[in-house]
Design a protein. Structure first.
Length: 268
């Protein structure tokens, strides 16, 4: 039978360092001899400040003010950010700590698998040895249509930006190009200058290639998107200008292409 325990963290001495109230649900909850730890195990769920943490076992150590978590674990934040991991060591507020064998999902779109994730000050998430993609990842090990491999990625939750170090863009598992630094707005940000999520395009004439859109915010009502399209049969630069007016809006599309269909460079 499941055990339900509501903990008023500001009132219980064992969790006096945490602020606010949390609800803990587990198959069993006990305090070992010495009274310095609280251990919950078996289908553990913790609800705190809009965040839900699910795991198989959680140990809170009052002496170190740390949560030691055995997974598989899932953390869903009030902002919709999802973490999964094999294990973790975090502070009671889940703002600082380390997640191992982890995955970060932003806005149910962009997912990043990492060997380790560090949480810093509740604002920065640092990921190491990262594979990022918006494609569905197959359990069979088949490479996604596109992905970005990076040595490190920093997610700034306040600025809603992703910073990649030593990044390689791959299509079907094949490296296409490398960048020492790369910045992407996270999927929750609607209009911010920077690279957008790459897409894969395929046609009978031009084969399979990758599009790398770069969004430029020109103001509150204007923007420009430049999109290089690279495949085995073409090199194309697409441009889309948009402007909104009080009584309507305009969109202007243009492109310059050099492909195998003709011997001349064309613009339209």
């Amino acid at each position: 039978m499941r055990f339900l325990l509501t903990l008023l963290l500001t009132l219980l001495p064992i969790l006096a360092s945490a602020q606010g109230a949390a609800t803990l649900v587990a198959d069993s909850v006990f305090v070992p001899a010495g009274g310095q730890q609280l251990i919950a195990q078996g289908n553990v769920d913790v609800f705190f400040d809009g965040t839900r943490l699910s795991a198989q076992r959680i140990t809170f150590d009052q002496a170190t003010d740390r949560l030691t978590i055995q997974g598989p674990l899932f953390v869903t934040g009030a902002d919709g950010i999802i973490f999964t991991a094999d294990s973790a060591s975090l502070d009671p507020q889940l703002r600082n700590g380390i997640l191992r064998g982890a995955r970060l999902v932003l806005n149910e779109q962009l997912q990043m698998a990492a060997s380790q994730i560090d949480r810093v000050e509740g604002r920065y998430t640092q990921l190491y040895q990262v594979a990022a993609t918006s494609c569905q990842v197959c359990e069979t090990g088949k490479a996604p249509l596109w992905e970005i491999r990076a040595r490190r990625v920093i997610h700034d939750q306040d600025e809603r930006q992703l910073y990649f170090d030593d990044a390689t863009v791959r299509v079907g598992g094949v490296p296409i190009f490398w960048l020492p630094r790369m910045r992407l707005p996270d999927p929750t940000l609607a209009r911010a200058t920077g690279l957008l999520t790459p897409t894969v395009s395929s046609s009978n004439n031009l084969g399979t290639g990758i599009k790398l859109p770069y969004f430029i915010r020109l103001g509150d009502h204007r923007d420009l998107t430049l999109t290089p399209y690279i495949s085995s049969s073409t090199t194309t630069l697409e441009a889309a200008y948009r402007q909104a007016f009080m009584r309507g809006d305009i969109t202007i599309d243009a492109a310059v292409t050099a492909d195998d269909l003709t011997t001349e460079t064309r613009a339209y």
